[in-house]
Ligand binder design. Structure first.
Ligand SMILES: [Zn+2]
Length: 312
């Protein structure tokens, strides 16, 4: 199962305790995936869901909040690559029309895509975001690129949800994709915050674990790169030194050097892979790393001077 499906599955099992939150979440689940069809002495509410767990949650919320007895059916069809479509339908009598008013106050006509009466409290805002993710959310697995998105077929609803996210310091961006408006978050910390806000605790744990491992791996890579660079510098220096010393020997210039520099020159040739510190420890009178570095610079300078004087 994909990480996104894990999150959704986990969210289908989070059942709000308070009625206010249940209504808010139900309203989000219904927003733009529900339709009302006139039937007999009232109307039928028909909601589509793309998985059984979400359909069950809608079924349960309708029952718990409004005492409605819904029916669930599934249909197999090709729909955005998914094979099953679930439909939850419930009949609402004329005397219960207020339910429709409460959940979907004819959003377009009022110019308001969300019933603000449902979103007064922070707990309800969280519930609304949970329902929104359930019905139109996607989050990439944390091992890949960080990406969470909510896709809407109504730009006003998208804008409303963007505002809702901002109330939790989740600043989302928006772009248009074909006929949809996509609200998305790219920052890993913010995606973790979103999972926390909607109550996907297990998914959050997994997300954070992978995030930690990834950042540790980045640190290790940086360290290895750094060590590799230092090693390359050491090897370059050693090659330069051994070339110079061998040229000096070939041209009979070794005797021009003081004995302490000759000793270091011979060690350099004999141990080309050793660090200056290691060479320092091998000297008859051992020297510290900086002491050897100083002596090596002097050796290089004198050797070059001697070669220049011979050449000219
Ligand atoms: Zn609430």
């Amino acid at each position: 199962m994909s990480f996104s499906n894990d999150v959704r599955y986990e969210l289908t099992r989070v059942m709000p305790e308070k009625d206010c939150c249940r209504k808010a979440e139900l309203s989000a689940l219904l927003a733009s995936s529900a339709r009302w069809v006139e039937a007999g002495d009232g109307s039928d509410l028909i909601v589509q869901a793309d998985n059984a767990a979400t359909a069950r949650k809608i079924y349960k919320l309708l029952k718990d909040v409004y005492g409605l007895q819904a029916a669930v059916s599934s249909e197999t069809k090709k729909y955005f690559g998914k094979n099953h479509i679930y439909e939850v339908s419930a009949h609402i009598d004329t005397e219960n029309e207020w339910i429709q008013q409460e959940l979907m106050p004819f959003p377009r006509a009022l110019g308001k895509p969300v019933a603000s009466s449902l979103l007064g409290k922070s707990c309800c805002k969280r519930a609304y975001l949970r329902g929104t993710f359930l019905s139109r959310g996607f989050v990439n697995r944390p091992e890949g690129d960080y990406h969470l998105e909510l896709t809407f077929n109504d730009e006003h609803l998208a804008a409303e949800v963007q505002k809702l996210l901002a109330r939790f310091e989740l600043h989302a961006h928006v772009f248009e994709r074909k006929n949809s408006t996509v609200v998305y978050i790219k920052e890993s910390e913010k995606i973790a915050d979103f999972l926390r806000v909607v109550g996907a605790s297990n998914a959050l744990l997994e997300f954070e674990n992978v995030r930690i491992i990834k950042s540790m791996r980045n640190n290790v890579n940086r360290q290895v790169n750094c060590e590799t660079a230092n090693l390359a510098k050491t090897i370059d220096a050693s090659l330069r030194q051994t070339d110079l010393i061998e040229a000096l020997i070939a041209r009979g210039g070794m005797e021009s050097l003081p004995s302490n520099l000759r000793e270091l020159a011979m060690l350099r040739i004999e141990y080309p892979d050793n660090s200056l510190q290691e060479l320092g420890e091998m000297l008859q009178v051992p020297l510290s790393k900086s002491g050897v570095a100083y002596r090596m610079r002097k050796l290089e300078r004198l050797a070059e001077e001697w070669m220049d004087s011979v050449d000219s």
